[in-house]
Design a protein. Structure first.
Length: 159
């Protein structure tokens, strides 16, 4: 294997290695959450801090939390959580915020960080926010064509 000369940058890869690694590491989070859900709770002193982008498509959370955390939020899964459901592309969990219960649905691709401080384990993720889809402009309605459902009215006020 030859290395590039010292002052030359290696070429950009046509294979998205970073994205592949990020997806693989997100599978670690999914597997850990799945194991916890199947066992019915966290083992030993394990607990998780999960940071996620609140405006990522597919995130479902109460409006008051979204207003308070408009960009990113970190949740803690430790003692008081319920209904942990691990799905193919997201997980759902019930948590309490200021003594108010809330249900969250978080896509794995929205996760920016996962930490288990009990064992000093941490993963950081780059969250790629999808480009907003452009709304197609409505087609202009044909006026006056036979069978058209567009009707013009000319209202004039009588004095």
């Amino acid at each position: 294997m030859t290395e590039p000369p010292e002052n030359q940058e290696p070429p950009d890869s046509l294979i998205p290695y970073d994205e592949i690694v990020q997806d693989s590491l997100r599978q670690v989070v999914k597997r850990v959450l799945s194991d916890v859900a199947m066992s019915g709770g966290l083992p030993g002193a394990h607990h998780f801090f999960i940071a996620f982008r609140t405006r990522f498509p597919g995130v479902d959370m109460p409006k008051h939390l979204l207003e308070r955390y408009p960009d990113e939020m970190t949740v803690v899964l430790q003692h008081r959580y319920w209904d942990l459901l691990v799905d193919e592309d997201h997980f759902e969990v019930g948590l309490t915020f200021n003594q108010v219960p809330a249900k969250l649905s978080i896509p794995y691709r929205a996760i920016s960080g996962f930490v288990d401080p009990a064992v000093n384990f941490a993963l950081q993720f780059v969250v790629q926010m999808p480009e907003p889809a452009e709304e197609p402009e409505p087609a202009p309605a044909p006026e006056g064509e036979p069978g058209s459902n567009v009707v013009s009215f000319d209202f004039k006020r009588k004095k």
